[in-house]
Design a protein around this ligand. Structure first.
Ligand code: GLA
Length: 393
């Protein structure tokens, strides 16, 4: 008896201590596209195929975007065996054929479900169905699962997300596991071994700074909520301040550039949320700015952080693998103003150093600067610069 209980305790401990998630994935923040921000429930195989085509044709694939993720509303029912059923009108060829199409383009495929009894749009959820759903996704060739948090009354988040993480591992196909629990239980404190990224807030909207009941947030409000979370993020486990709104039409080009700059600096997943089939030149320029994307994908994987707050202007910094720094000068005011950075804000020992600066939006070398740098920034604008050390005093 003693022997058996001992064996049981050992097995339980191993089970608890074991990291469930697939390791080695998302070593840099995932990049891709998701249907929700622009299309909501209006998803179909026709749309997804056209988006995959556009991701290649627009140059986004070459810039590093990889995952095509269908969000809510692709699913309609379960069959007699409990297997999830895709909407046959919108996905007449079935999800497997669609995954094959996306893979044929050299891209990866992501899908959506929910830890609750229903998804947020009241489609069948995965609660209690984790193993059969993970197995189905694996059979279809899915590479990424976004897992939401609606209809979860009485459900405990760590257990719910761990159950799906384990089910994915058991199904045997490597999938990025994207936890979408809106930050309620502080997933940054527990999800490192459960998923590859976790939402830190409620949903983004295509606004600079609007907010409705705390549920729908403009990106600058989300930005404020990231302060202090930087220490929880790193290769394979990222804070997710939600998907991009660049190109969806309700912000100025200056605001979209600032939104993209910050999402890059925060090591956010760069998941575009616009209609890739109809992008104007400004939108393509933003989404495919490889100098900004390189900041996001920098292999050190250290999230950027705020180093100075003057009220309506701010200075943010991100440390890079090769010893460079990336700086954002941000103007929150409603008119143009000068924003300044002193190198000592990065670290006191850098105070009198000289750096060679490069403007990552103008793609222009600005010259060498000692002590600091300042620039006039338009309202809601961000200047993003890369600092290379020249010499030390
Ligand atoms: C929640 C999520 C969103 C989106 C919708 C879909 O609101 O936070 O990102 O997935 O559900 O219904």
């Amino acid at each position: 008896m003693m022997k058996y209980s001992f064996a049981l305790v050992i097995t339980l401990c191993m089970g608890l201590g074991h990291a469930q998630k697939f390791d080695g994935l998302a070593q840099t923040p995932p990049m891709g596209w998701n249907s929700w921000n622009k299309f909501n429930c209006d998803v179909s195989e026709k749309l997804i195929k056209e988006i995959a085509d556009a991701m290649v044709a627009s140059g986004m694939k070459d810039a590093g975007y990889q995952y095509i993720v269908i969000d809510d509303c692709w699913q309609i029912d379960r069959d007699g065996n409990g297997k999830i059923v895709a909407d046959p009108e919108r996905f007449p060829s079935g999800i497997k054929a669609l995954v094959d199409y996306v893979h044929g383009k050299g891209l990866k495929f992501g899908i959506y479900s929910c830890a609750g009894t229903k998804t947020c749009q009241e489609r069948p959820g995965s609660h209690g169905m984790e193993r059969i759903d993970a197995k189905t996704y694996a059979e279809w060739g899915v590479d990424y699962l976004k897992y939401d948090w609606c209809f979860t009354e009485g459900i405990e988040p760590i257990a719910a997300y761990t159950a799906m993480s384990e089910a994915i591992k058991e199904a045997g196909r490597p999938m990025i596991f994207s936890i979408c629990e809106w930050g309620l239980s502080k997933p940054w404190t527990w999800a490192r071994d459960v998923g590859h990224l976790w939402r830190t807030t409620y949903d983004i909207r295509d606004w600079y700074d609007g907010e409705i009941n705390g549920n729908f947030l403009g990106w600058s409000i989300i930005l404020d909520k990231q302060v202090g979370l930087e220490k929880y993020s790193g290769p394979g486990h990222w804070n997710d301040p939600d998907m991009l709104e660049v190109g969806n039409g309700r912000q100025t080009n200056t605001e979209y550039k600032a939104h993209f700059s910050f999402w890059a600096l925060l090591n956010a997943p760069l998941i575009a949320g616009n209609d890739l089939r109809n992008m104007d030149a400004n939108t393509i320029e933003i989404l495919t700015n490889t100098e900004v994307i390189a900041i996001n994908q920098d292999k050190l994987g250290q999230q950027g952080y705020k180093i100075f707050d003057y009220g309506d202007s701010e200075v943010w910094c991100k440390n890079l693998y090769n010893g460079d720094y990336c700086i954002i000068l941000f103007n929150r005011a409603s008119s143009r103003q000068q924003v300044a950075v002193q190198w000592e804000m990065i670290a006191p020992e850098l105070a009198a150093d000289s750096f060679a600066l490069r403007d990552l939006w103008k793609h222009e070398d600005l010259g060498d600067f000692k002590y600091g740098f300042n620039a006039e920034i338009p309202s809601h604008g961000a200047k993003m610069i890369r600092l290379k050390k020249r010499y030390k005093h």
